[in-house]
Structures are given as structure tokens and as C-alpha cells.
Design a protein around this ligand. Structure first.
Ligand code: HAM
Length: 432
């Protein structure tokens, strides 16, 4: 290292982190749980680039912090303005507009997102999201389906302290009318609440609604509510969604002050909050409708709805709820080499090719040392390649999880022998 390198140079950048085994096992299980559930609902995987033309993300809204302050923007060597993906919806809508798949287009994704935030527990500069987006249907049954997909995912993981909060932002004209009423109300109550309150009421009155500052709460709590400003169609849509959730037995709370962070939202919006997490970072997922986004990107009028779920926050919630990490199946066999003639590599390869999880040590370690590693490995069986057994084309097999004595098994049969016991754990030697 040169003298100019400081201690932080070769560490992951602030606000990012590595996912290493064994924690990565839970990470994989979370993704697999979601993938399996999305497939059951008829959603297909979509993979979009990590960076896009910056305009794609500017569509998510000029008033959002993400666009105003948090985007990682870069100019490539060809002079193009690009941005690292800060959220997952805009790229999927861009892909829809570009490829025009037949609607309804039901998609899911797992992808990293980048936001220049002030890092703290549950808030990172790179975070991963599992998400789903459905384009081309405005039927409120789809809103219910999308919410049910996310809700069932938390249930699958065993999370019990996740609450669903639902709101409606109305049609764009409802929203515009409401914003005007809200701005007037907030400004007429701004005396004594400070310059920041006044500035935010003028510029982004909706965003002010879920501000946490104590001395503003009185005024915010009494603010006019969006749900009182919905047109007939939107009110009916929202009621249909609520009836649908009731019919599926999905509990929810209505919160007219739920304001999501992007300007693209129309109609149904929702968030999943974990009571096991710290207040400010308790959203383990959120989403809603964005019925105009495709059109804003030059596509045909295409309603859309979806959500994003933060994997890191789900991991924190699992830990906070004491959900035990499923250790996975572990190794089936650990091979111990007492011969040293190269057979070990062939035997381990054969076990692995037969579908078993098998491992070994390297570097010609003593048999005693190898047994120690085998014991610690958690493997179900040790397979002993000993000199005496080798003369009979056999191996020794020892169950590492019981105190049964070591047995001798013909070498070409050992994979089948272990597989049979893996599939029928009660099988003992007499059943051979
Ligand atoms: P979002 O609410 O910004 O929505 O993010 C979705 C989820 O990602 C959050 O609920 C949270 O769990 C996680 N998350 C967000 N920011 C961070 C961060 N800095 N660190 C850790 N986790 C984070 C969206 O991104 C929308 N695209 C969701 C959507 C999809 N709406 C419609 N379709």
C-alpha cells in the first residue's frame, strides 16, 4: 500500500456492505422465497441495466428527494448522462415502452439500487430490492393481487410484526385539486411553525404530511385528507381494493397521511411497516399505482402498479423477530484421504456429480487433522479413503451425527448408499 492510501481505501464504500456466508444463505432464501411466490402468481423475471439515461429516473418526480439530492449521476466516455438505478419502477416501465410486450405484463425483479443518503441502520447507499410491477391493467383486482403477493411473502418468511398501510392518491386531477387545497391550508396555519415549514408547504405540500417534527403535528393531523377529495371513480376503485383485501383476509390500516416518496403515484398506494424496526426506517416495502408513467415516457396510456421490498430491512426484521436462520441441508459427505494417491479428487468429483454435497481438505493434511475438519463441517457422513479399504475397492463410512460404528461400503456404491440414507433418514444397516 502506498503512503497515500488511507485506511478506508480498501473497505467497502460508506453506506454499502458485503454479504458473506453464512448470512448470505438467508439472503438467498429470501430471494428464492420471493421468486417461487412470484412464479405462483404468474410473474416473470425482468432484468434491466444497473444504469439508465438520467431522464428515465427524472420521470419519477422532480419533488422526490431521490431525484433532487440522491442520484448517482455520471457522464460516460461518450458524453452520455447516465444514472445508477435509484429505484426499480422507472426501468421496468422504460423496458415496457421500449419492447411493448402484450399486456398484462406481470414482472418481478431483484436488483441493487443506489441513493446518496445519510447512512444509518436500515438506510444505505446501495440497497437491494425485490419488486413486482404489473403493466396494462387498471382493474382493482390487480391492486389486491399485488398487495397479496407482498403480504404473503412476509408471511412465508415468518414475519409477524409487519403492518400493511393503505391510501389512495386519487386520479391526477384529484391529486392536483387536493394539493392546492392542502397548500392553502398549510400556509394559512404556518405562523409560528418556522421558515422551513412555510417553504415546504409552498414547494411540496404533500411531502410535508408525513414530516416527523413534533411542533408541526397539530397542524398536520388536522390537515384536509386526500381521501375526501377523490372523484367517484377513484373512490369506487379504492373501495373495491379494500373489499378485495377483506375477502382475502389481509389486514390493513387506512392512513390518509401515507405519502410515498415519488411523484408518479396515482390511486392506490401502500406501505408495509415493521414494528420490529426503528421508526424512521420501519418500511420493509412499499408501492402503488403509477397510471401515467408509461405515457410520460412516450409510451401508450398504460396503467401500472407495483412495489419494492428492501432486502436489507427484511433481514434486519428477521433478526429483530428472532427468526432462526434455516441452516440449509449442509454437506452430505466429507471425504478423508488416508491414501494420498489422488483418488480423493476422483471420489469427491463422483459424489458431487451424483448430486451429493461433498467436500474435502487440501494440501495433504494428516488424517487426524482431516477428521477434525470433517467433524466441524456439519456433514452427515465422513467417507474414509483408507489404505486397507482401498485394497478391497471399498471406503469406510461413518455417520457423524450418531455414534454408529464405521462401516465398509464398496467404493462404487458409496454415492448411492449415502443418497438412499439422505432420502430415507430412518434407514439403518439392516435395511440394506
Ligand atoms: P421505496 O419506498 O423508495 O419505493 O423503496 C422500497 C423499499 O426499499 C422501502 O420500503 C425499503 O424497504 C427499501 N429501501 C428504500 N430505500 C432504502 C435505503 N436507502 N436503504 C435500505 N433500504 C431501502 C420504491 O423504490 C418504488 N420503486 C416501489 C414501487 C414499485 N412503487 C411502485 N412499484
Amino acid at each position: 500500500m502506498s503512503e497515500r492510501d488511507d485506511a478506508s481505501t480498501y473497505r467497502s464504500p460508506v453506506g454499502t456492505h458485503d454479504v458473506l456466508p453464512p448470512q448470505s444463505e438467508r439472503w438467498m432464501q429470501i430471494v428464492a422465497t420471493f421468486a417461487e411466490r412470484a412464479a405462483r402468481f404468474g410473474y416473470g423475471l425482468v432484468v434491466t441495466p444497473i444504469f439508465e439515461h438520467v431522464e428515465v429516473f427524472q420521470r419519477v418526480g422532480a419533488s422526490s428527494d431521490v431525484v433532487r439530492k440522491e442520484m448517482y449521476e455520471l457522464t460516460d466516455r461518450g458524453g452520455r448522462s447516465l444514472a445508477l438505478r435509484p429505484e426499480g419502477t422507472a426501468p421496468v416501465v422504460r423496458a415496457y415502452v421500449q419492447h411493448r410486450p402484450t399486456p398484462p405484463w406481470k414482472t418481478w425483479y431483484v436488483a441493487p439500487n443506489f441513493r446518496y443518503e445519510r447512512p444509518q441502520k436500515g438506510r444505505y447507499r446501495q440497497h437491494w430490492q425485490l419488486g413486482a410491477e404489473v403493466l396494462g391493467v387498471d382493474d382493482p383486482d390487480v391492486d389486491v393481487e399485488v398487495v397479496a403477493l407482498a403480504h404473503g411473502f412476509y408471511t412465508d418468511l415468518g414475519l409477524r410484526r409487519v403492518r400493511l398501510i393503505v391510501n389512495s392518491m386519487g386520479a391526477p386531477q384529484d391529486r392536483a385539486r387536493y394539493v392546492a387545497v392542502l397548500r392553502d391550508y398549510l400556509l394559512s396555519h404556518a405562523d409560528g411553525l418556522g421558515d422551513e415549514f412555510r417553504a415546504r408547504a409552498e414547494q411540496h405540500p404533500l411531502r410535508l404530511l408525513d414530516a416527523k417534527k413534533e411542533k408541526w403535528q397539530d397542524v398536520l393531523e388536522r390537515a384536509p385528507q386526500i381521501t375526501e377529495h377523490l372523484g367517484d371513480e377513484e373512490r369506487e376503485h379504492f373501495e373495491h381494493v379494500q373489499r378485495g383485501l377483506d375477502a382475502l383476509g389481509i389486514p390493513y390500516e387506512l392512513d390518509p397521511r401515507l405519502v410515498r416518496g415519488f411523484d408518479y403515484y396515482t390511486s392506490t398506494t401502500f406501505e408495509f411497516a415493521s414494528d420490529a424496526l426503528d421508526g424512521a426506517q420501519n418500511a420493509v416495502g412499499g408501492g402503488g399505482r403509477y397510471d401515467q408513467l408509461a405515457e410520460e415516457m412516450g409510451g401508450p396510456v398504460t396503467p401500472g402498479i407495483g412495489f419494492g421490498i428492501g432486502i436489507e430491512r427484511v433481514l434486519i426484521a428477521c433478526e429483530a423477530e428472532d427468526l432462526l436462520l434455516d441452516p440449509g441441508p449442509g454437506l452430505d459427505a466429507f471425504v478423508i484421504d488416508g491414501v494420498g494417491d489422488g483418488t480423493v479428487a476422483v471420489l469427491v468429483a463422483a459424489l458431487r456429480e451424483s448430486g451429493l454435497r461433498a467436500d474435502r481438505t487440501y494440501g495433504g493434511r494428516s488424517v487426524k487433522a482431516q477428521w477434525k475438519v470433517a467433524d466441524r463441517s456439519g456433514a452427515a457422513y465422513a467417507v474414509m479413503l483408507g489404505r486397507a479399504e482401498a485394497e478391497r475397492d471399498a471406503v469406510g463410512v461413518k455417520n457423524l451425527r450418531t455414534d454408529e460404528a464405521q462401516l465398509e461400503v464398496p467404493r462404487e456404491q458409496v454415492a448411492g448408499w449415502i443418497r438412499a440414507r439422505r432420502e430415507a433418514p430412518g434407514l439403518t444397516e439392516e435395511h440394506q
